[in-house]
Each structure stands twice: as C-alpha cells, then as structure tokens.
Write a protein that binds this ligand. Sequence first.
Ligand code: GDP
Ligand code: IMO
Ligand code: MG
Length: 424
Amino acid sequence: MATAVLGMQWGDEGKGKITHLLAKDAAMVVRFNGGPNAGHTVIDRGVKFGTHQIPAGVFYSGVKSVLATGMVIDIFVLREEYDGIVEHLGRKPELIIAENAHLIMPYHRILEDLEGSGSAIGTTRRGIGPAYRDRAARIGIRAIDLLDGSRLRERLHSRLDALKRAWPQSEEIASLSASALADDLRSAAEPFLASIGDAPAAIDAALTNGEEVLFEGAQGALLDVDYGTYPYVTSSSTVYAGLPHAVGLGGLRVEHRLGVTKAYTTRVGEGPFPTELTGEEGEWLRSAGAEFGVTTGRPRRCGWLDLVALRHATRLNAPTGLAVTKLDVLSGLEEIKICRAYRLHDREITTFPASLEDLALCEPVYESVSGWDDDITGVAAYGDLPAAARAYLDLMAEGIGAPISIVSVGPSPEETIITGFDRG
Ligand code: GDP
Ligand code: IMO
Ligand code: MG
C-alpha cells in the first residue's frame, strides 16, 4: 500500500509533521523531489528537527529512508543532517540514495549568486536551479559518480574547467580544485557511500512485498516548475503527476494521496500571491502562525485561503484526502475569509491563470465566514471542534474537491485529529 504526502500551496504546509506522523506504520519513506531548499519540521519525542533532505521516517527504527532520483542532493548538507540524526537517535539510519540522483556542488550555490537568479526569484540560495539545469544540460554529476574517486575527479575537472573559462572574474570559482573537491565529497559521503544504489528497485520490491511505502513531497503544487507560478517556482516537479517519474516506477499506483494544506496561505520568496495580506492582518497571521522559514529564517508572506489556487493543485496532486494544518492558528478571529474566485479585468474567473501578468492583476473575491474563540489545540475528536471550525473545514473540502482526512491543531504529533484516513 502506498501513500503520498503532497504540498497543495507554496510549500511549508506541514508535510514534515504529517509524514512523521504516518511514518511510524511504514516500512519505507521516500523523498522524491527538491533538495536542501526544503525545511520540514518534525517534533520527535519532544525534540524539534528541521529536516532538509532525509525523509521524516528516519526517526523510527526499521523504516528505510530513500532519497529518490528526482532529488538534487547536497552531500555536505546531507552529512550534517545525518550526523545530527545519528546523535539524536543513537543509531545509524538506514538510507538508500538513488544512484541516478544529481548532486548539488559548491559551484551551484556560487553560480546562483553570480547570476542573480537567487535574488530575483527569492530562492533559498541552495544551488537548486543550477543543479537541475546541469542535469538537463547533461553536464551534471550524479550520486553514482561518488563511488569511483578517479571518475569523480575527472568529471569535476572538466566541469570546473568550463566554469573557470565562463567566469574568469570569480575568485570563488577560481579557488575550486577538482581533486580537493572530490576528496571532500568522498569523505563527507563516507558514512553513506554504501547506501548509493538502485532506489527504484528497492521501492518496487517494498511495494511488491506489500509493505507500506510513504512518499514525502517537498515544496508545493504552486512551486512546480511547469504548473506553478512560473518563473517564481522551484526547479523540479513537486506534484503527484511527477511522482512516478521522480522515483523511476512507471507502474506506480499510490492509493492514498494526501494533499496537505494550511488553513490559510503562506509563501516565501517573490512572485504573485492574490490573497496576500500586507497590513496588520498579515502581521497577525505571521505572528500567530510563527511563519518564518525553516531553511532560511525568512518571514513568510501570509494571506487567506485561496480556493482557486487549491483547485489548480487538486488537478496536479489528485488528492484522495486533505490534511488541513494550523487550524488552531485561526482561533480568536471574528471573521475568516475564503477566496472563491478572482476578478480579472471586470470578469470573475475560477481558474488559475498561467500568465504571470494576469495573476498579478487578479483580485480575490471573498466569502466571509464566522470564526471561533475557543482554543482548539487540545481537541482530539472532529465532533469536539467548534461548529464554526467544522463549517470552515466543510467549505474547504467542498471548495477544494476532496474530503478532510486529517486536521492538525498544533505542531506536535499528538495535536492531530484523524477523521477519515484508513490505510486498511
Ligand atoms: P513543511 O515544509 O511542509 O514540512 O512545513 P514547515 O515545517 O516548513 O512549516 C510548518 C510549520 O508549522 C512548522 O513550524 C510546524 O512545526 C508547524 N505546524 C505544523 N502543523 C501545525 C499545526 O497544526 N498548528 C501549528 N500551530 N503549527 C503547526
Ligand atoms: P518545503 O519542502 C517554501 C521557494 C523559494 C523560492 C522558490 C525557488 O519546506 O515546503 P529554490 O531555492 O527552490 O530555487 O527557490 O521556491 N521554496 C520553498 N518555499 N517551502 C519550500 O520547501 C521551498 N523550497 C523552495 O522560497 O520562492
Ligand atoms: Mg518547509
């Protein structure tokens, strides 16, 4: 049986919490896209972690952690994360690293700054764009290349040669040496060199054996490279539609697809955001929801729930159920707004425009609903939520077009209401 945890908005929906919660019953958890641009918060036995590349199942013994082909992996960040987890758990995690996955090199981060793409898009400056670009340009270096020191040196040598010619003025590029970088990479990767292998075969075998496999998405549908708010997106496919390819299994069937969505909307970085609240209400949401990035610490832009954007995400993620997070953050508001449509050039539209210029002109058309006063953090059963909170969830489910499976009312695993998620 397979389950996917997928972001429905612009990332940071709470995928880490939901994956960690479900992973205790899984045999394998697979991260399938992105790299250390992701920051997934997990509270494991009271200790808070921000995971970047290792999937959130790593906290349970007996759960294999797979870094799939669709990712771009920064070996130095991975080593730091790995060491932190080994220290917390007191044991080594069982990792499988896809041999075909591309690596983020120090020069990818340097290039992102040199080219200015980082600041124009407001990226996480983790070298994501340049690494995926090298993959498409067929000049990337893959995990499998780490296994042979001389091959690695040779590939780095030819890549660095070209970079030094292209960027003669960059001292940072000039200072890179192929052999030193190859040594550093192999030494950082030492604890997991033996884990580099055929990830699609391992996932396939787990599924064939009837094991529970969980797929952990990074980012969210609106950051998808093709279907998000291009060019203010990340450089990978972030949605269910891209999952089989990212894990290398054409026949993949994922029975449960959980679309994770906050009870409101946030975004970090640049780009259009029709329901953004720039004044006091936005400040209020940011502070009530502690909306600051896990990876970069940047304040997140905040706004009301956007059903037009969420319906767009529904087509991409095909959720069989929704995991609504941070409902507790809305407690205490007299009135809550939901965007049902956009007004564009005096017309009401209910589809998400592909044109960035059109999207920037879209004005949200809101419906107001009543809020609730009660603190809902300790609520354990759906029926015990205030009627207004349940009415809000009903509107979400109806507007997005998927039933509510999980309601999260606090950051800890215990602060969760499971309503309709049965993995049978
Ligand atoms: P991810 O990238 O999708 O895993 O999400 P992040 O971890 O970047 O951001 C989600 C933030 O919200 C984290 O700080 C979580 O600890 C927190 N969080 C998750 N679910 C809830 C919830 O239901 N209520 C509250 N108050 N915080 C939550
Ligand atoms: P998780 O998995 C929120 C955003 C960046 C920027 C754009 C491109 O924690 O939800 P990139 O560094 O990928 O080239 O940046 O995408 N971004 C995220 N925003 N959550 C994330 O991951 C993000 N990963 C990238 O802020 O706008
Ligand atoms: Mg995050």
